[in-house]
Ligand binder design. Structure first.
Ligand code: AP5
Ligand code: MG
Length: 215
């Protein structure tokens, strides 16, 4: 299972990835999570990425590609991976093709999660993320068992700095301008499976599994 989850911010990529990694027992590679973890650890990469993330802009391609290349070389990616939030531009997709070819791999499927902009704003404004393990919740649609605490590790839940309404608008514009063209890029390779992202988390998971032809 080597797949890409494509979709606007807040479409549920991370939520579905967490369910998919349990089913397929392959790692999730989320560039957003990798940058947030680097920012939390105050590394040079993290500090640089945060400047872009906080205003809803994309981190420069070379920085992202270098980071993903390192991650894909780790032994756990040999059995497969779920890419969440990467690639996000045509140059990133081309770089991914090249790096996978070098590792003797290819992408099996690109699942496009389709969610309209107004629903994105509703989802992102209620999102809470675990400071420690990055698990995510929603104050209305996916509540933690104890308010403000992660079900998995008990750590504090927080609201991401880029989850403010004006930043969400920039992220959506960036998605439509720079990331949506990837649908055509991967359609030409016959890899795109489009899934309607409206419905409960479990309903959408069922649709993703169906689109992948898995049981
Ligand atoms: P990243 O972390 O990837 O953010 P994003 O793409 O904006 O996506 P989100 O994580 O906001 O949403 P999601 O689709 O994962 O939805 P989620 O499952 O959380 O990137 C952040 C930043 O990092 C970028 O802006 C950029 O600066 C930088 N970056 C990252 N990758 C990069 C790259 N490749 N190149 C350049 N820069 C990069 O769900 C959202 C909420 O909705 C949650 O609260 C969830 O509980 C809830 N929810 C989920 N499903 C449902 C449902 N079916 N019904 C109701 N609620 C639901
Ligand atoms: Mg995410």
């Amino acid at each position: 299972m080597r797949m890409i989850l494509l979709g606007p911010p807040g479409s549920g990529k991370g939520t579905q990835a967490q369910k998919l990694i349990e089913k397929f027992q392959v790692p999730q590679v989320s560039t957003g999570d990798l940058f947030r973890s680097a920012a939390k650890n105050q590394t040079a990469l993290g500090k640089k990425a945060k400047e872009y993330m906080d205003r809803g802009a994309l981190v420069p391609d070379q920085v992202v590609i270098g980071m993903v290349e390192e991650r894909m070389k780790q032994p756990d990616c040999k059995k497969g991976f779920i890419l969440d939030g990467f690639p996000r531009t045509i140059p990133q997709a081309q770089a991914l093709d090249k790096m996978l070819a070098g590792l003797g791999m290819n992408v099996d499927a690109v699942v496009e999660v389709d969610v309209p902009d107004q629903e994105v704003v509703r989802r992102i404004s209620g999102r809470r993320t675990c400071r420690n393990c990055s698990a995510m919740y929603h104050i209305e649609f996916n509540k933690p068992k104890a308010a403000g605490k992660c079900d998995k590790c008990g750590s504090e839940l927080y609201q991401r700095d880029d989850d403010k309404e004006e930043v969400i608008k920039s992220r959506l514009k960036v998605y439509h301008d720079q990331t949506a063209p990837l649908v055509e890029f991967y359609s030409k390779k016959n890899l795109v499976k489009k899934v309607d992202g409206i419905g409960s988390i479990d309903e959408i998971f069922g649709k993703v599994i169906g689109a992948l032809g898995a049981k």
